[in-house]
Design a protein around this ligand. Structure first.
Ligand SMILES: Nc1ncnc2c1ncn2[C@@H]1O[C@H](COP(=O)(O)OP(=O)(O)O)[C@@H](O)[C@H]1O
Ligand SMILES: O=P(O)(O)OC[C@H]1O[C@](O)(COP(=O)(O)O)[C@@H](O)[C@@H]1O
Length: 312
């Protein structure tokens, strides 16, 4: 069982337009609503591939109720903790060439008591679980060390912890010694305080996060694939997609695939890459199921070129 926690979930609204021009009225081509938030997406991807999972989320107002209805409609085991603040909506605008513009709300504040209630629920749900996955931005008012504190609780209960966060929350979590962190390129660069412009830069930055406490670093690099740095060394792979449709949720699919495959070494990296590429071929934040995942496109580089520049 893999338990995910999303403190700041969202209704993801994806809008397709022919062209987005700032400051003009744009007629939309289609729109779609998905349950969103990083942990939510990890659970959606796991369930789509029949891996047992529970999603712990906060839920506030009519949008929170809709989020829970959508998740339950998909058959996801969801434990929703009611909160006073409205669940946010994140908007993604997609142009035909695959260019994506994201507008993510900060979410409404969580009180101390609400945070305590969520922590009780997730610690309870994680009892006996193989992984606890704590993901996404923190709502206003939530201390930046929340993932670090939860990590200590999970670890002492014998549950492995994966963290997908950014900024101070990621840095604090790394110091608490999680089994796995999944930064993307920007998050990695911010964490080490220097640009990540090449595959070698990503490897060095991932090594630094390991030195600071993370057990395994799965650094996702968009179209450049991903770098895995763990106790056994460095593994690098790619899974090219000729015509990406939507990259929203690709990182969540990568993480889900990596965990589903056992979170260890090249086989797990390859599975994560296959799931991430499949997500990119699907519209909006749809998560891939078995029929969408192609393992034949994955390449694990036996002799990676560390000097290779990353796509801008
Ligand atoms: N344009 C793309 N082409 C092929 N694969 C992609 C593309 N964008 C993302 N991916 C896949 O999705 C994974 C996660 O994407 P990334 O953008 O790094 O993460 P996040 O969604 O967390 O920002 C990548 O490691 C890669 O496997
Ligand atoms: O919590 P954040 O950082 O605002 O991100 C939330 C958004 O990220 C997503 O989980 C997508 O994640 P990625 O595109 O980073 O994989 C959306 O479902 C959600 O709207």
């Amino acid at each position: 069982m893999i338990v995910t926690l999303t403190l700041n979930p969202s209704l993801d609204r994806t809008i397709d337009v022919d062209r987005l021009v700032k400051g003009t009225m744009t007629r939309t081509r289609s729109a779609r609503i998905d349950p969103g938030g990083k942990g939510v997406n990890v659970s959606r991807a796991l369930l789509a591939n029949r891996v047992p999972t529970v999603a712990v989320v906060t839920s506030g107002g009519a949008d929170g109720e809709q989020l829970v209805r959508l998740l339950e409609g998909d058959g996801i085991a969801v434990h929703a903790v009611p909160v006073a603040g409205r669940t946010r909506s994140n908007v993604t605008i997609v142009e035909p060439d695959g260019v994506v513009t994201k507008l993510n709300e900060p979410g409404e504040p969580l009180s101390r008591d609400e945070l305590g209630a969520v922590a009780d629920v997730v610690l309870d749900e994680a009892e006996g679980a193989s992984w606890a996955v704590t993901c996404g931005s923190l709502p206003p008012g939530v201390p930046a060390d929340i993932y670090a504190r939860l990590c200590e609780f999970f670890t002492s209960a014998g549950v492995r912890v994966a963290v997908d966060a950014s900024g101070p929350a990621l840095l604090a979590a790394v110091g608490a010694g999680p089994h796995l962190v999944k930064p993307n390129r920007e998050e990695l660069a911010e964490a080490v305080g220097r640009p990540v412009a090449s595959v070698g830069d990503a490897v060095e930055a991932a090594r630094e996060l390991r030195e600071r406490g993370a057990g395994t670093v799965l650094a996702s690099l968009g179209a450049d694939g991903a770098v895995l740095v763990d106790k056994d060394g460095v593994t690098i792979g790619t899974a090219p997609v000729a015509a990406p449709r939507s990259t929203v949720g690709a990182g969540d699919a990568l993480l889900a695939g990596f965990l589903a495959a056992g979170a260890d070494g090249a086989p797990a990296l390859a599975e994560g890459l296959a799931w991430g590429a499949a997500a990119v071929r699907l519209p909006a934040s749809r998560m891939p199921g078995p029929d969408d995942i192609r393992r034949d496109i994955v390449r694990i580089d036996a002799r990676p070129d560390l000097g290779r520049s990353l796509i801008a």
